[in-house]
Write a protein that binds this ligand. Structure first.
Ligand SMILES: C[S@@+](CC[C@H](N)C(=O)[O-])C[C@H]1O[C@@H](n2cnc3c(N)ncnc32)[C@H](O)[C@@H]1O
Length: 249
């Protein structure tokens, strides 16, 4: 059995029953998803890809929020994709939102969708379930058009929350094969530097979550501050801003 098949089988096992209650239960602890959708701000006609789209909840909200954008989603779990496909059809969005089964660490969107590059790629609470998550980020950055952005929201280090809460949360997450990526800032900094990209990273909600935006800078763009600012989140630790100043690729 390949790594792809093992991951797919595990995700299908986890979500076979949970997918039916996923949206109702997750809204209380997958914090920052609506803010991510609000900050995507694609231009008219832009293509937007969610990696690890789960039940399609984010794609549906993004399609409604950005009626001129074209939306795509991949997930490794057939179970989740079945729920997503039904939800998207019920929302009357099947013509605007396309889905495919793929592993975030190795997929070719040109083959899947006939779309090779994206203006926005986002990952919402999927990195913490992908074992080779650095590889998935590297691949996602390679899919960006010039001035395109990756938005990532996931569990953070819970630095400002009580130690008992942090320990309990981590034990509970481990039961679902979820591992907060404490190295996210370091890994994204390295990837952004080598891709000629700028990075902004925040730790909102007392570090409960981390939210990163990586923007691939075109030759014409040498500095960048994300629209909406970094202070819209309560309890943030503070943004890390890095701007490329020359030689953007
Ligand atoms: C916690 S859910 C998040 C779903 C959705 N993004 C959200 O915000 O509600 C994580 C999703 O990542 C998917 N996933 C895990 N490993 C993956 C991989 N290697 N490639 C693609 N998707 C993966 C799972 O099947 C699951 O649907």
């Amino acid at each position: 059995m390949t790594a792809d098949h093992r991951s797919a089988a595990l995700m299908d096992r986890i979500y076979r029953r949970q997918r039916h209650v996923y949206d109702v239960t997750r809204k209380y602890f997958l914090l920052g998803r609506d803010r991510l959708i609000e900050q995507l701000k694609p231009s008219s006609g832009d293509s937007v890809l969610e990696i690890g789209c789960g039940t399609g909840r984010n794609l549906i909200l993004a399609a409604r929020r950005y009626p001129d954008a074209r939306l795509f989603g991949i997930d490794i779990s057939w179970e989740m994709l079945a729920t997503a496909g039904n939800a998207i059809a019920r929302a009357g969005l099947s013509s605007r939102v396309r889905l495919a089964r793929a592993d975030a660490t190795a997929f070719d969107p040109a083959d899947l969708f006939g779309e090779a590059r994206f203006a926005r790629v986002f990952m919402s609470y999927s990195l913490s379930m992908i074992p080779a998550w650095g590889r998935a980020l590297e691949q996602a950055i390679a899919l960006l058009v010039a001035d395109g952005e990756i938005h990532v929201v996931d569990f953070g280090g819970q630095e400002q929350l009580p130690a008992w809460f942090r320990a309990g949360l981590r034990l509970w997450l481990a039961r679902f094969h979820v591992t907060p990526r404490d190295d996210l800032e370091r890994v994204l900094t390295t990837l952004a530097d080598s891709a000629g990209a700028a990075l902004v990273l925040e730790r909102p909600y007392g570090g409960y979550a981390q939210y990163a935006i990586v923007r691939r800078l075109s030759g014409a763009t040498t500095t960048w501050t994300p629209a909406g600012g970094a202070s819209a989140c309560p309890g943030e630790v503070g943004p890390v801003r890095r701007s490329r100043t020359s030689g953007a690729r």
